[in-house]
Ligand binder design. Structure first.
Ligand SMILES: C[S@@+](CC[C@H](N)C(=O)[O-])C[C@H]1O[C@@H](n2cnc3c(N)ncnc32)[C@H](O)[C@@H]1O
Length: 388
């Protein structure tokens, strides 16, 4: 099959893990960009990427790159693309614009100008234009501007790949599925030692961990944009899905989802059920400050409250107590904590062994690793240290 260029977009900080995922599924010519990875693949690879990539947000197929110094040049160049090659006037379309440029400062404006160019081309050629459907279009077009370089792509994913369709019920401040999977992959979890999320909320970390440990495709419960394309090949798609299903394993690894809130546990269970992994996770309503993990190994991944609704001294004490609980009751584990509250993290009271900058939505966050040594090592290695 013919190979072409593909771009998988991602969240800041997950570029390397996405490149590793791509390497594993056989992509070639992999090149890391900012919040994206470029590579080559054929149609089967395009389908595979959508089904399997846990840390990609969108899988794009670039169709034209050009230079535009002003809005007229943007409009003219978009209009030069023969859009009838990609869809016809009786289909619906939508445009996503993104811009990192001093000339084009508003992504909505970029999307609007591009939409006008496409609609005008159809109207001039056929006296009729396709309609825009921002929610459920037949074809989604992506216009990305970096300085004055414009890349126009067809979006093969449709809804962002973070939408795995298992999380219909939400608790407060759920973490994005792509980010949760990325954090688990960044942690280097060996998929053998126990995985514990003591503040699981809607269950995103434990569910993503169960999917990862069992090789279950992240996209198995959803539809993709390419399924409505004119050149969609159902045979290839069925082969890609069958091959991915044949790689699913029955892992024995233990995954724990805990939260102080009864309702959160119910929601996490319902979400896990939708993902088909409820039997692979142990759910427990427990206050973290009364919990422990005493097998001597394991990985703790948690997204505690960042404290927007608490007094400063309350959240400072909360983080201090968290550090202390981990130190005394989770010995032998590695703990990974993501938080936007840098001040509170400074009160954790444990030595940070890794710090990674990430964004949880618009919030700049730090993912911090703590190694919770056992016994005598603890006394010599653990000391109070600041997060910065
Ligand atoms: C930011 S949310 C976690 C969101 C979660 N990662 C998700 O994707 O939905 C923080 C969670 O911590 C829980 N929590 C707060 N204090 C707790 C405690 N003492 N013990 C256990 N869970 C606690 C809250 O109930 C809430 O569900």
């Amino acid at each position: 099959m013919e190979k072409f260029e593909i771009i998988a977009t991602t969240i800041f900080g997950l570029e390397e893990v996405l490149a590793a995922e791509l390497k594993e599924i056989g992509a070639t010519n992999i090149e890391i960009l900012s919040r994206a990875v470029k590579f080559k693949g054929d149609k089967a690879m395009l389908y595979k990427c959508n089904l399997l990539l846990r840390t990609a947000v969108k899988v794009l197929m670039p169709i034209k790159t050009f230079f535009a110094a002003n809005e007229q040049q943007l409009y003219d160049n978009i209009k030069k693309i023969d859009w009838n090659d990609y869809f016809s006037y009786n289909r619906t379309f939508a445009i996503d614009g993104s811009t990192y440029s001093e000339v084009f400062t508003h992504s909505k404006f970029v999307a609007l100008k591009s939409k006008d160019a496409i609609a005008d081309q159809f109207r001039e050629k056929y006296s009729i234009r396709p309609s825009v459907d921002p929610v459920n279009p037949h074809i989604r077009i992506n216009v990305h501007i970096n300085d004055r370089t414009v890349v126009v792509s067809i979006d093969s994913s449709g809804a962002p790949l973070s939408k795995r369709n298992y999380r219909l019920a939400l608790t407060d401040a759920p973490i994005n599925e792509t980010l949760a999977a990325g954090i688990i992959l960044l942690s280097g979890w060996d998929r053998k030692c126990d995985f514990i999320d003591p503040m699981c909320g809607s269950g995103t970390f434990p569910i993503e961990a169960a999917l990862i440990a069992n090789n279950i495709p992240s996209g198995r419960n959803r539809k993709f944009g390419f399924e409505t394309w004119g050149n969609y090949d159902e045979d290839i798609w069925n082969e890609v899905k069958a091959e991915a299903d044949s790689r699913i394993i029955n892992s024995e690894v233990k995954i724990f989802a805990q939260d102080i809130d009864n309702q959160a546990i119910d929601i996490a269970f319902a979400n896990a059920k939708r993902a088909g992994v409820q039997d692979l996770i142990t759910f427990d309503k427990i206050d973290f400050f009364h919990s422990s993990h005493d097998t001597g190994s394991g990985i703790v991944v948690m997204n505690p409250p960042y404290g927007e609704r608490l007094q400063v001294d309350e959240i400072t004490n909360f983080y201090q107590d968290m550090g202390s609980r981990l130190k005394h009751f989770y010995q032998g584990c590695d703990a990974w904590i993501i938080s936007s509250n840098y001040q509170a993290l400074k009160n954790f009271g444990l030595r940070t062994s890794r710090k990674i900058k990430l964004f949880n939505g618009p919030l700049e966050c730090r993912l911090q690793k703590y190694e919770l040594y056992q016994g005598s090592k603890k006394a010599s290695k653990i000391e109070t240290n600041s997060a910065e």
